[in-house]
Structures are given as structure tokens and as C-alpha cells.
Design a protein around this ligand. Structure first.
Ligand code: SF4
Length: 430
């Protein structure tokens, strides 16, 4: 992996950080989708794209992971800010749109109906996520088109293994989050207010245009929590579709049912971080609740939107046999055996630096438990080169997508079917 360092001085009280422009792209990706599908960005094209000063970058080690940065200048978006960093703070109003899910209450109060927290907010106050503000009894998102980081990632890095494998996603985030995971690897943007990080204005059409320009068949809303920039996701997904670009959401799934159903009709895939299978963990480590996340998964499944689950296995906190077994049984009962489950390796970060990395043996134990419960597609993540990165045909047992890290080395799929025995493999392949 080649890295190139760049200085980045952030707004707020934290010292400047160094971030990484990371070349994680496969050396020889073999797209597993059909010939008619959008082609994978080849290495030369990616390097060309990554070298352009207009791209913001971050390094990412899991679906919702790793220090995040802002762009130096996303000049291609047409941002005309005179500042060298393209900060648009001189025009805050361009990021402000009325929120789509809230109720007005007496005395200019509002109740937010976007996520299960249901914040009740006085005039001139903000909700828990810090990204939404009551102004005179009308509720606003402050982060529409307010991109705090952008990067071109392999789709396998999200991870989505059954969605256009071997392609890249134009990946963006705004600041803010509606939970506070003690293990967050993107806390520098997820746990701050929008004004505390440099951001660049990127209108939905611009975002879709950039994705297309850099040969990304999808836009990924990721790194922080797309729920809190809900309106931007919805608008950008529509703009993307009008230009032939799909949208994937990488989320903790802490969202109410109505906005979720609308998202399902708008985006093409939603990856959910199922952070544990106990309310205790959600309360103590996430500051959220498990039940709404399970409801989210059931709804996505019912709506027919492609989904995959990531379960970050944290030593001593969510790695017991009983919890893993209960989770696998729930997935099979409520979602069926074909939803991919990724057990990913924890790295100490943010407020959980006292715990070690997840032993590979623990991940293998988790996979064995889920396999035994009858799940068809169980993966191990953040362990590059592990054989459990591969997709096996559940009927004939052959490897049908062989991966090495984020690289798709070989694919034996034809029109979504196993090339050897013609078993249909669930996913979005073209
Ligand atoms: S989206 Fe933000 S403001 Fe709305 S309920 Fe959730 S945390 Fe509160």
C-alpha cells in the first residue's frame, strides 16, 4: 500500500493532523459483474484521480472507520471560495435546508422525527447530532451539500461484497452523528459540529458529476452517519440516478421507519453496522438502542433494498458465543440466510484504547457460529488475505469471488449465477 502524506490544519481546537492519501486499489481488479455493467476504475485512472488536488482523502480500515479529513479544495465542484481550503464558511446559508421529518410543537419547539432519539428542541437550539437546528419553530439541516471528506474507495472497503464487486465508490461524509460509539474510528468528524471541520460545498448534481467523472458507478454515503445528512443523501441519490450513478448508504441504521422507507425507494444498497446484539451494549457503548436497528434491517429486507451487515467484534464486549449465536439466529429467522454478514476486526481507537485488536481466532469462531446457524455468506474483515474474504457458492462450495484485501482477484459469476453449478447468488451484480 502506497501512502502520501499531506498536512491538514483543522478548524476547532484540535491540533493539525496528517492524513493519508491511500492507494488501496487493487492491482488487477477483475470485475465480477456483467460486461454491460459499469466498469471498475482501473489503477491508472484511479491514480490519476487521486493525484488531483481537488480530491479530499481519508484512510479507512472498516465500513465506518478511520481518521477523516477535509479536502484542500474541491475545485471541480465549482466552489468559488477565496480561501485556500475551499471553506465555505462565508456562506453558511448554502448548507441549510428545511428538515423533512419533524413536528412543530407549541412555543416554537420542534420534535425531530428522523431518528429514534426524537429530540425535542427549543428555538435556536440543536439536536443531539449537532447537525440540525431549530430556527423560529422551523427545523433545518445544516449539512446539506457540506462535504467534510471525499475519497474514492473500492466498494469492498465499505464493505459491500455482493454489490458491483471490483468497482469503486465516490465516498463522502458530512460532520455529525446521532450516536456516540466509544470505538468510533471517525470521531474527528462524527463527534463534532459542522463548523468544527473544514467542509466544501458540493451540490447533489456536482457530486453525481464527480462520481461519473472518476468512473465510480456508485456514490457511498459513509464515514460518519448518513442519517444526519438524510436530505443530502436523498437529493444526491436522485441526482446520481439521473446521471446513471447509484447510491449506497453505510449506516448504523438508527433511523425512524418513515424516512427509512423513503430511503429504500431512493438508494440502491444500505449496509448496516450491527454493533452488538444486546441492548446493554447499545446503551453503554453506543448511546443508542438495538431494537430500532433490528427494525431497520427488517424494513430494508421487506422493501427489497440490497443490504449487508457488518458486526465489529470487540474483545470482551460483544464476542461471547451466546451473543454471536443469538445474532446469527435472528438474522436467519428475520432476514433469511442470504444476507451477507461480515465479522470485522476491531482496532483500538477513540475511547476504547484499553482493549486489544480482535484475535483472528475470535473472528473465526464468530464465523463458525454463524455458518453453523445456516447463514450462507459469512465473511471475515480487516484481516487482509484471510480465506474468509472469499465468496463460496452455497450449492457447489466452489469459490466464486476470490478477494485479496480489497482486490477482487477472480470472479466466477455469470449473470448473477455461479459459473460452475448455475446457483443464483443474491446481490447486485450489474
Ligand atoms: S437526527 Fe439528530 S436531531 Fe433528529 S432525533 Fe436524531 S439526534 Fe435528534
Amino acid at each position: 500500500m502506497k501512502t502520501k502524506e499531506a498536512d491538514l490544519s483543522k478548524a476547532g481546537t484540535k491540533p493539525p493532523r496528517t492524513f493519508l492519501i491511500v492507494d488501496h486499489l487493487p492491482k488487477s481488479s477483475v470485475p465480477a459483474h456483467d460486461a454491460a455493467a459499469p466498469s471498475a476504475l482501473d489503477r491508472r485512472a484511479f491514480l490519476k484521480a487521486a493525484a488531483l488536488p481537488c480530491l479530499a482523502t481519508c484512510a479507512l480500515v472498516s465500513g465506518c472507520a478511520r481518521p477523516i479529513t477535509t479536502s484542500s479544495a474541491l475545485a471541480a465542484t465549482g466552489n468559488t471560495s477565496p480561501t485556500p481550503w475551499g471553506m465555505a464558511t462565508e456562506n453558511e446559508s448554502q448548507f441549510v435546508v428545511e428538515a423533512r421529518f419533524y413536528e412543530k410543537q407549541p412555543n416554537k419547539k420542534i420534535k425531530c422525527k428522523l431518528c429514534p432519539r426524537e429530540c425535542v428542541i427549543d428555538d435556536r437550539e440543536r439536536g443531539y447530532c449537532g447537525a440540525r437546528e431549530n430556527r423560529g419553530g422551523t427545523y433545518y439541516s445544516l449539512v446539506h451539500s457540506r462535504v467534510a471528506t471525499a475519497h474514492i474507495d473500492p466498494i469492498e472497503k465499505k464493505p459491500l461484497f455482493h454489490f458491483l464487486p471490483g468497482t469503486v465508490a465516490f465516498s463522502i461524509a458530512t460532520a455529525g452523528c446521532n450516536v456516540n460509539c466509544k470505538f468510533c474510528q471517525n470521531w474527528e468528524i462524527s463527534q463534532v459540529r459542522p463548523e468544527q471541520v473544514r467542509s466544501t460545498y458540493m451540490a447533489p448534481q456536482d457530486l453525481a458529476g464527480l462520481a461519473k467523472q472518476y468512473q465510480c458507478p456508485s456514490i457511498a454515503y459513509t464515514y460518519s452517519e448518513p442519517v444526519i445528512f438524510y436530505e443530502y443523501v436523498a437529493d444526491a441519490a436522485e441526482a446520481g440516478h439521473s446521471q446513471g450513478v447509484r447510491s449506497v448508504v453505510i449506516s448504523g441504521g438508527y433511523i425512524q421507519q418513515e424516512p427509512l422507507r423513503k430511503w429504500c425507494r431512493t438508494v440502491d444498497a444500505i449496509k448496516i453496522d450491527l454493533k452488538a446484539f444486546s441492548e446493554k451494549f447499545y446503551k453503554e457503548v453506543v448511546n443508542g438502542q438495538l431494537k430500532p436497528v433490528l427494525d431497520t434491517l427488517v424494513t430494508i429486507q421487506k422493501q427489497g433494498t440490497w443490504t449487508e451487515i457488518v458486526y465489529l467484534v470487540i474483545p470482551t464486549l460483544n464476542d461471547s458465543d451466546a451473543e454471536l449465536k443469538a445474532m446469527a439466529q435472528w438474522v436467519k429467522s428475520y432476514l433469511g440466510p442470504d444476507v451477507p454478514v461480515h465479522f470485522t476486526r476491531f482496532h483500538p481507537e477513540y475511547l476504547l484504547t484499553n482493549l486489544p485488536e480482535t484475535p483472528v481466532a475470535t473472528l473465526e469462531r464468530a464465523k463458525a457460529i454463524a455458518d453453523a446457524e445456516g447463514l450462507h455468506y459469512v465473511y471475515i474483515g480487516n484481516v487482509p488475505g484471510h480465506p474468509a474474504e472469499n465468496t463460496h457458492c452455497p450449492k457447489c462450495g466452489r469459490v466464486i469471488v476470490e478477494r485479496q484485501g480489497y482486490t477482487v482477484a477472480q470472479a466466477h459469476l455469470k449473470k448473477g449465477k455461479c459459473e460452475y453449478c448455475h446457483q443464483a447468488i443474491p446481490g447486485v451484480w450489474s
